[in-house]
Ligand binder design. Structure first.
Ligand SMILES: [Zn+2]
Length: 618
């Protein structure tokens, strides 16, 4: 569980079952006998409380892993469960749908079992003795939150592979991996039994399920930073330079660690899937898995965004894997885990990934200011910002953010984007209140120390607010009502003035035409893909999936190009096809009112503002 700090080398608990040994006998032989007896008792008790899994891959080409479980039990009915979701990725994914061939045995005897719901198996155990369970999992989804197996490798995410016994979750869990003959390496952050890299051990189920496995022939790059041994498992070919990876990752480790002033692990593993397209990552307790375009390493922009992704996942090592809202650990694997606070867990992490990339010297100050300005602009231009609060976005992520559709921009905010903006505002408030002595780092450090290191638990909404009030020196109730639980527009210039900056809207002098719908072209057809709320297209009733055929009777091949010939106020007649029937819609184009901010210094910047700006960009 998360409240245990992880020690990868501690396998045998010192005080098993509450039995403590205090030898007062002077006879050395008797001492030895008692010691031996003690060790045997400890080992027996440990074994009796250990869940053991063996993984093999006789049908890797068909994407199967075979799982065998040895379960210590003295219960008449043994309950086994498969998680429905993977922590960090807030969607019920129903991992039990990939389970096949479930069987339970005691010695050679088959035990009867039945399912009580979609992810729970009940095994009859009349002898109340240890049992063995076998099942297969089909794994053919190469994302960071699922599992994937083929003849070349196996990537296993614990939540989609390992079943658990609810009352034994806090016991030790061991995994023996039997790799296929052509696979020569394993990468996983779990501790090893007897120095066998394929025999791994976790203190409990939470640690097991939060430690993904990569087994195959990955290229492993090693480096040490902040006294922590780091492994980078490069899976699949990519145009990376191992020496550059070591150097650049070290800078990220250094910058991230400097924010909290302490590093929580002894070893850390990056599993990097080099893929033809796509990207993203998922944080784990002492590791992360990321996906990156395999050619991203040689281009300055794509490499910088890869480093941003690495910084993001690495920052999660503190923020969310340890410092976390109360709902996010220990987890309930059986259903959704609700929190209002993903704007802190994800939004603040999004803020810090850009922050770390800049501080590590991968980006310039100008670029950083442009990123902040773009974040503000995008939020102002997003209709969903007036509909959904960032707290609601967090709570409803299970049914909204992870299930986006064509209308999401009209009805939702991203707790990543809005959360990052809130982080930037709190940062400015802290700088102002401390007279440029402190910034957001100090709040994060305080929270980490208070709720992870001292109290060893998640924080409540109110506790986070109180801590933020302590560092900003103000009552944040109004701010919360307006911008966390409410949807009121943010007065960016009010906050930016703390550091002597203001927004300038680069679109203000433009007279661009506004239609308000985006399109894609498929097989020569121009199809509407999204319609922006309150735009001319929205008001006139243009629908997603409409095929635009003509404007003013001229055939449309490229909608944007066609509209560029028009000006605000022009009336147009659109011929479209909907449900196989032609239709004409008339509408009036307006002026594009969307903003594009640039951050600029205000005139007559004073000494306090100069100091604050220096602190902001140090
Ligand atoms: Zn994240």
């Amino acid at each position: 569980m998360l409240q245990h700090k992880y020690h990868s080398t501690v396998f045998i608990k010192k005080n098993v079952g509450g039995f403590s040994y205090n030898c007062t006998n002077k006879n050395p032989n008797m001492k030895k006998i008692i010691a031996l007896l003690m060790m045997t008792m400890m080992a027996n008790e440990l074994m009796a409380n250990t869940i053991k899994y063996t993984l093999s891959f006789p049908e890797a080409q068909a994407h199967y892993v075979e799982v065998e479980m040895e379960i210590p039990s003295s219960k008449e009915v043994v309950e086994l469960k498969m998680p429905v979701w993977a922590p960090g990725s807030y969607l019920v994914r129903e991992f039990s749908r990939h389970v096949e061939g479930f069987e339970a045995k005691q010695g050679d005897k088959n035990l009867t079992f039945n399912k009580s719901n979609k992810n729970t198996w009940l095994i009859q155990n009349p002898n109340k003795s240890n049992i063995r369970v076998k099942y297969k999992v089909y794994a053919f989804e190469l994302t960071v939150r699922t599992s994937f197996i083929d003849e070349s490798h196996a990537y296993l995410n614990g939540t989609s592979i390992f079943m658990y016994v609810p009352e034994l979750m806090n016991k030790q869990h061991e995994v023996l991996v039997k790799p296929n003959a052509s696979w020569g390496k394993i990468s996983c952050s779990l501790g090893k039994m007897k120095n066998n890299p394929y025999h791994l051990v976790a203190e409990n189920y939470d640690i097991l399920s939060d430690s993904p496995f990569e087994i195959g022939n990955q290229d492993i790059i090693e480096f040490t930073a902040q006294n922590v041994k780091h492994y980078v498992a490069m899976v699949g070919p990519g145009n990376y330079d191992a020496e550059k990876i070591k150097k650049d990752f070290t800078k990220i480790v250094d910058e991230a660690t400097s924010i909290f002033g302490t590093h929580p692990c002894k070893e850390y593993t990056f599993i990097v899937h080099n893929v033809p397209s796509g990207g993203g990552g998922l944080e784990h307790l002492n590791s992360t898995t990321v996906q990156v375009n395999r050619m991203a390493y040689s281009n300055e922009n794509t490499y910088q965004s890869f480093l941003g992704l690495i910084a993001h996942e690495y920052f999660h090592l503190w923020n969310v894997k340890r410092l976390r809202p109360a709902a996010l650990g220990p987890f309930n694997y059986d259903r959704e885990n609700y929190t209002n606070m993903l704007w802190v867990s994800e939004g603040f992490t999004a803020f810090y990934d850009n922050w770390i990339v800049r501080r590590a010297g991968f980006s310039t100050t100008e670029k950083y200011l442009d990123i902040i300005a773009n974040e503000y602009s995008n939020q102002v231009n997003l209709p969903g910002d007036k509909v959904q609060s960032v707290a609601d976005a967090s709570f409803d992520t299970w049914i909204k953010y992870y299930r986006r559709n064509e209308n999401s921009n009209n009805s939702q905010v991203s707790y990543y984007d809005k959360g990052s903006i809130v982080a930037s505002l709190l940062n400015l408030m802290i700088i102002e209140h401390s007279k440029a002595k402190q910034n957001l780092d100090d709040l994060m450090k305080y929270l980490y120390n208070e709720y992870y290191e001292k109290k060893n638990r998640g924080f409540s909404d109110e506790e986070f607010k109180k801590a933020a009030e302590k560092f900003t020196g103000r009552d944040l109730s109004e701010f919360y009502n307006k911008h966390i639980f409410g949807t009121e527009s943010i007065d960016y210039n009010k906050y930016l003035s703390i550091v002597g900056l203001k927004t300038t809207n680069l679109n203000a002098t433009k007279n661009e035409v506004f239609f308000g719908a985006t399109s894609t072209t498929s097989n020569g057809k121009v199809l509407i893909s999204a319609v922006l709320k309150n735009s001319p297209a929205y008001i006139a009733g243009i629908n997603v999936n409409d095929e635009i055929i003509a404007i003013d009777n001229y055939r449309v091949d490229d909608l944007t190009k066609m509209l560029n010939y028009k000006k605000p106020g022009d009336k147009i007649s659109i011929t479209l096809s909907r449900d196989g029937m032609l239709k004409t819609i008339d509408l009036t184009l307006t002026k594009n009112e969307s903003v594009k901010y640039k951050l600029e210094k205000i005139s007559g910047i004073n000494q306090d503002q100069e100091l604050a700006l220096k602190k902001w960009l140090e």
